[in-house]
Design a binder for this molecule. Sequence first.
Ligand SMILES: NC(=O)c1ccc[n+]([C@@H]2O[C@H](COP(=O)([O-])OP(=O)(O)OC[C@H]3O[C@@H](n4cnc5c(N)ncnc54)[C@H](OP(=O)(O)O)[C@@H]3O)[C@@H](O)[C@H]2O)c1
Length: 332
Amino acid sequence: MFSVTSFYSKMGCGSSHGEVEETRTIVVFGATGLLGGSVVQELLTDPLKFRVRAVTRRPSSDKSRKLAEAGAVIVTANFDDTRSLERALEGAHGVFLTTHFWEDQNKEKEVVRGLNAIDAAIHCGVKFIVLNGSESIKKNIGKPCGHLDAKAAIEEYIRHIGEISFTIIRLPFWYENFLTVFKPHRLKRGRYALPLPLENKPIHAISVEDVGRCVMRIFEKHRTYSGRTIGLSSERIGMGKILHSFKKHIHHTTFVDSKMRVKDYENFNFPGSKDVAAMFEFYQKELDERDLKLTRKLNPHIVHFDRWLHLNKDKIEAIIKDNEEQEEDEDK
Ligand SMILES: NC(=O)c1ccc[n+]([C@@H]2O[C@H](COP(=O)([O-])OP(=O)(O)OC[C@H]3O[C@@H](n4cnc5c(N)ncnc54)[C@H](OP(=O)(O)O)[C@@H]3O)[C@@H](O)[C@H]2O)c1
């Protein structure tokens, strides 16, 4: 019902979808992920302005099905397959492009994939790209950081070729990391540490859900924001404020600073730990320029961490409950 893959696969670049003038088709990469998903969700709130094509390699996954039910058109494409990219991009007005590192953890692959998508967009006559970019961490602090250096190289490419209008967004740490990679770490029953290597420095942060709204606004006003690089952030936040909110919203559990340092992450052996260390060193040095005022202009309803935690406390509580139950099972 939802797959139009076969429909698009019959078309090539150059044929027209008979676009209604006011309704613009936006192709969203990474649509089944957190970031792309937030962009899809926002664009779908205004079907008169936007028609959304959600790109995935897995059109029959649950995530794809949910996107289709919400009103997105699911298109099957892979960054490694130029033809599939062209089919997905055919006749589109705009593209939200985020590439991905963590599946392969290979910077060069991420760069090639980003370039493939940009080349295909140009080939298909797409008018405008919003790109999830980054500063080069290697250039700034002399240490490699695969996932951000790759995005910096893709930025450089789109600027250098100058063949398509674009806006680059640069993201800070997002709050949703507290539910995944930086979730509270159990020390003992009822006592949890937050494993961020902040070393008493505040960092820029945002909710990924709020990024979607900012991106939608950029698509709405693409002429205004064309050619600009926009550093998004909801606030600068330090461990003190983070712990205060944890204590305020999550009861019957003690939260403490893990006191982890960038050096600790450098010495860890899990894949990507050195990339994470370099990223936090870059954050700590305050080399990331983020524009709080413009972010709020793009999304006047943006939330700070305290509000985000209030809205997501059930998810943190579920993480704590799972941990405690797991430990109990192991004790038996
Ligand atoms: N600022 C932060 O705090 C922060 C935190 C986490 C991530 N990030 C960055 O934000 C970006 C998005 O992360 P996310 O967490 O939203 O992603 P995610 O949830 O891990 O999802 C990955 C997405 O990439 C798509 N994808 C992967 N390889 C692909 C390929 N070869 N061709 C086409 N699509 C492909 C997947 O599509 P299918 O699987 O459906 O095909 C999926 O939609 C990443 O670049 C990541 O580095 C930033």
